[in-house]
Ligand binder design. Structure first.
Ligand SMILES: [Zn+2]
Length: 365
């Protein structure tokens, strides 16, 4: 446990639950954290922050304090305060916590007690395509794609690899250019983009991605942003939409550009349609930047992690006639992306933007 966190815990204990919660959220905002984790562990509850994608060591709150804070969170998120045995999801508007971010609340019963994750929706750092620090080649490919009127862009990468930020940057780019009817189906909507029609799925009432998208296509969109392709029906719908005069952007779980095709082809029996519809595939990671205040040795600014901020790494595959022909023949081995992730990361290590330790963490070495 870091000194910063100990100080946080000592500072919090004597306060009222509303004051503790406000202070926790403000502290997280100040540190630039994306999530706050609160985990009950018998005699105490552990509080930790997710900072630049990595969970920092936690502070501890005595159980009686934690119980009041958990109750306060559920109250503000309009959840059942007595319910501890089933997961619940809710939201808290930023005004209610005197902070800058709207917050998504997710509770889950674990074997040691209840776990609550607060996700801070990041309006303040909303970025445009120009501000994403993408490699120039990746940015050009994306801008070229966004000028088109049909076709499919698929983005992959593990959870927390910045896919949502990239999609919002595309969305903002399209809204700024104007002249097109843009519809989104998201889970959940994290940022409001003026000039677009944003919708949210609601599994509880059976409104999933497929059903929402099927109805929304009758709203005559020119651009359709689908939060995620999770099943065959959504995959086939996305491919069909991309072939019938819509620009479609979505994400799909796979570890590589080639993996995107493997999954998509396994979900769509019409391989020729897939080969025709897909225009661009992006595989993204985020790598942490060495803290410039301490040169990576650890300081107050970076909560002693040695890192501050992240940059995206992107490799991409732009389909041309010869690749389309290979996909139709089921020859996927040649689907190698233009810029390998590791090569791009190594060049950032050489420039001193990041370091070897972070390189190994991102690539699981
Ligand atoms: Zn530092």
């Amino acid at each position: 446990m870091t000194t910063a966190h100990n100080a946080l815990a000592n500072d919090l204990t004597p306060k009222s639950a509303p004051a503790i919660l406000e202070q926790l959220v403000q502290q997280a905002e100040h540190a630039g954290a994306s999530d706050i984790h609160l985990q009950s562990r018998g005699k105490s509850a552990e509080v930790s922050f997710r900072l630049d994608g990595v969970i920092t060591a936690g502070a501890e709150l005595p159980t009686e304090v934690a119980e009041r804070v958990f109750g306060r969170i559920k109250f503000l998120a309009r959840l059942k305060t007595y319910q501890e045995t089933l997961p619940q999801d809710g939201r808290i508007a930023h005004e209610e916590l005197k902070c800058h971010h709207d917050i998504r609340v997710a509770t889950y019963p674990t074997v040691t007690g209840e776990k609550i994750v607060l996700r801070l929706f990041n309006q303040a750092t909303a970025q445009s395509l120009e501000e994403l620090s993408l490699a120039p080649g990746a940015r050009t490919e994306m801008e070229n794609f966004l000028r088109q009127t049909t076709g499919l862009l698929l983005l992959t990468g593990p959870a927390g690899s910045g896919k949502t930020t990239t999609i919002y940057a595309c969305l903002r780019h399209l809204a700024k250019t104007g002249g097109r009817h843009i519809i989104t189906v998201e889970d959940p909507v994290e940022q409001i983009i003026p000039g677009t029609m944003q919708t949210e799925i609601n599994e509880a009432i059976g409104l999933d991605f497929t059903r929402a998208a099927r109805h929304l296509l009758r709203q005559d969109p020119q651009v359709l942003i689908l939060g995620e392709i999770r099943d065959e029906a959504t995959a086939q719908l996305a491919v069909r939409a991309g072939l019938t005069g819509h620009l479609v952007i979505s994400t799909l779980h796979a570890g590589s550009c080639k993996g995107v095709f493997e999954r998509l082809l396994s979900m769509c029996p019409d391989h020729s349609a897939v080969a025709s519809a897909v225009e661009l595939v992006l595989n993204q990671r985020l790598i942490r930047k060495v803290c410039t205040a301490c040169d990576g040795t650890g300081c107050k600014d970076c909560l002693h992690t040695g890192f501050n901020g992240r940059v995206p790494l992107i490799e991409w595959l732009r389909l041309d006639d010869s690749l389309r022909a290979q996909i139709r023949r089921g020859e996927l081995s040649a689907l190698a992306p233009k810029q390998m992730l590791a090569a791009e990361a190594q060049s950032l290590v050489n420039q001193g933007v990041t370091n070897e330790r972070e390189f190994k963490r991102v690539f699981g070495l």
